[in-house]
Write a new protein. Sequence first.
Length: 284
Amino acid sequence: MLKNYVCSGGLLLLAVSGYAQGNGPGTRGARAAALGNASVTLSDVWAIGNNVAGLGQLNAPTVGVYAENRYLLSALNTVALAAAVPLGKIENGQASRGVVGFEAERFGGKLYSEQRVGAGYGYRGGLVSIGGRVDMLQVSIEGLGSKRAVAVSLGGQAELIPKRLVFGAYLYNLNQARLAEYQQERVPTVLKAGLSYRPTAKVLLNIETEKEVEQSADFKAGLEYRVIDALALRAGLRTLTQETTGGVGFQAGALQIDYAAAWHTALGLSQHLGVSLAFSGKQP
């Protein structure tokens, strides 16, 4: 039993050192992972976790599944399911009453795990999108029970230059939820802000900074090049975790498949796979 707890503690330290879950905002979707998680300006179905304001740009019901393996360790697996549904009529390519989203996520293994269930709403008006999200978080340790907390998050996006330059910001856990009274153990409060620049229709450049109260700032950057309509190549980096990333995306009609790999200089390889399907219409 002692060995199990030692192993569990070791794996948890690896997760934290890799800036994995820790009930923070984490990584959502293989596209974001390939871009170094510079994702605060993205507007796909995984905006439900990256920046809920991005949901406001979806114009079709969409579902997505995501799987992540960190450092080739089964105890550091993440699986997630997301769904987004536009409300009202689709006018000028966007939902007149905004978009609601749902996400369920699980990280970890038998000894230690984190679960998250969240619901969010995004609305786009003109060149500005806003959104909010509520999460129910749970941390479970075998033999020690579990703790729960509720976290509230807000986000925004604005096209500074239409279809060229986008600014995004996201504040995760603004209510500073606590998991336990002991040593004031809190869910991380994280602020992300960044820019997306699209010099041509084929190229997207993202830069972003992420700051958690008890961590140094993390600078992230990502580049996406669309070779053809159906194929995108991606690369990125993160300074805090010293990771370099890369990946590919394939699109066939309403089906999107994304793969990403990340290399940590000390801990090794992580892999990410995401699949999403839009049921009607066309995503922006």
